[in-house]
Write a protein that binds this ligand. Structure first.
Ligand SMILES: Nc1nc2c(ncn2[C@@H]2O[C@H](COP(=O)(O)OP(=O)(O)OP(=O)(O)O)[C@@H](O)[C@H]2O)c(=O)[nH]1
Ligand SMILES: Nc1ncnc2c1ncn2[C@@H]1O[C@H](COP(=O)(O)OP(=O)(O)OP(=O)(O)O)[C@@H](O)[C@H]1O
Length: 251
C-alpha cells in the first residue's frame, strides 16, 4: 500500500515536470519571437524614418483553452498530439498601419534563418465569409533546452489597425451572443469589414503619394513648398501642414 502511494506521487511529480517543460518551451519560443520583433522595431526607429510595426501583443494559450480546443477538434489528449495539432499555443499579433507593411513584415520574418514558415493563410487576399481579414503564419522556431533542441510552433497574426479594430469588436460580439450572432448584425459586420478594407486602401494610397512626394522633394527642394504647390499632394498636404494651407487660403 505504502509502495503504491510512493509510485503515484512519483508519477504525479514526473507528469508535473513534463507539463512545466511543455509550457516553458512555448514561453521561450514566444520570448524569441518577441525579441525578433523588438529588434526590427528598434532598428526601424534608429535607421529608417518609418516603422512598419505599430505594436505587437503576445499570449500563451491557457491550459483550459488548449483542452477545450483539443476536445472540440477531437484530438488525442496526449502531449505529443497537442504539440503536433494545436499550433497556436504561442501566439503573437502584430499590428501595422498599411497593408504593404503586412507583406513586408512577413518577408522580413521569412528571411530569418531560424524561422521556418510552415503555413501561411492570407485572409487579406481571401477574406473569411464574415469579412475577417488578417495574415496568419504558423512558424517553427528552435528552442535550445539543456537536454536538446525543440522545434516549437508559433502563430503570428499580422493585421492593420483597421483590421484589428474590426476583429476585436467582432470577437466581443461573437462571445456576447454565445457564438450565434443575429443575422442582421452579421450583415452589418460584413459591411463594416468592407468599409475597413476601403479605409485601408485609401490610407495606403495616401501613404504612397507621401512617399512619392518625399522622393520628389529630395530632387526638387523644400518638401513643405512642394506640398503646397503641387495639386496632386493636396490631400497629404492637408494632413501634414493644415496651418500653412489655412493661411494660404486666407481661412
Ligand atoms: N475576431 C475574429 N478572429 C478570428 C476569425 N477567424 C480567425 N480568427 C483568429 O485567428 C485564429 C486562427 O484562425 P485560423 O488561422 O483561421 O485557424 P482556423 O483553422 O480557422 O481555426 P483554429 O484551427 O481554431 O485555429 C483564431 O483563433 C482567432 O484568434 C474571425 O472570424 N474573427
Ligand atoms: N496569435 C495571437 N496573438 C495574440 N493574441 C491572440 C492570438 N490568437 C488569439 N489571441 C487572443 O488571445 C485571447 C485568448 O484566446 P484563446 O487562445 O483562448 O482562443 P483563440 O486562439 O482566439 O481561439 P481558438 O482556441 O479557437 O483557436 C483572445 O483574446 C484572442 O483574441
Amino acid at each position: 500500500m505504502e509502495k503504491q502511494k510512493i509510485d503515484t506521487n512519483q508519477m504525479l511529480i514526473t507528469l508535473k515536470k513534463e507539463m512545466m517543460r511543455f509550457m516553458l518551451t512555448y514561453k521561450f519560443a514566444l520570448e524569441e519571437i518577441n525579441t525578433k520583433i523588438d529588434i526590427l522595431t528598434q532598428e526601424f526607429q534608429y535607421f529608417h524614418d518609418y516603422n512598419p510595426i505599430e505594436h505587437a501583443k503576445s499570449r500563451l494559450k491557457s491550459p483550459e483553452s488548449i483542452l477545450k480546443k483539443v476536445e472540440r477538434k477531437g484530438y488525442d489528449f496526449t502531449l505529443n498530439s497537442i504539440q503536433e495539432n494545436i499550433r497556436d499555443i504561442a501566439g503573437v499579433r502584430i499590428t501595422c498601419s498599411f497593408i504593404t507593411d503586412i507583406y513586408e513584415i512577413k518577408n522580413m520574418l521569412a528571411k530569418q534563418k531560424d524561422i521556418t514558415i510552415i503555413e501561411c493563410k492570407d485572409y487579406i487576399k481571401d477574406p473569411k465569409p464574415n469579412g475577417y481579414q488578417s495574415m496568419h503564419l504558423i512558424v517553427q522556431i528552435p528552442v535550445f533546452m539543456s537536454d536538446g533542441e525543440e522545434k516549437v510552433f508559433v502563430e503570428i497574426q499580422i493585421r492593420t489597425i483597421a483590421m484589428d479594430f474590426w476583429a476585436s469588436l467582432e470577437h466581443k460580439i461573437y462571445y456576447k451572443y454565445d457564438k450565434e450572432i443575429p443575422e442582421q448584425m452579421k450583415i452589418e459586420l460584413s459591411e463594416a469589414a468592407v468599409t475597413a478594407a476601403q479605409l485601408d486602401r485609401k490610407m495606403e494610397s495616401i501613404h504612397l503619394e507621401m512617399n512619392k512626394l518625399k522622393e520628389l522633394s529630395k530632387e526638387e527642394g523644400n518638401p513643405e513648398e512642394l506640398l503646397i504647390q503641387n495639386e496632386r499632394f493636396r490631400l497629404p498636404a492637408k494632413f501634414l501642414n493644415m496651418k500653412k494651407i489655412f493661411e494660404e487660403e486666407g481661412t
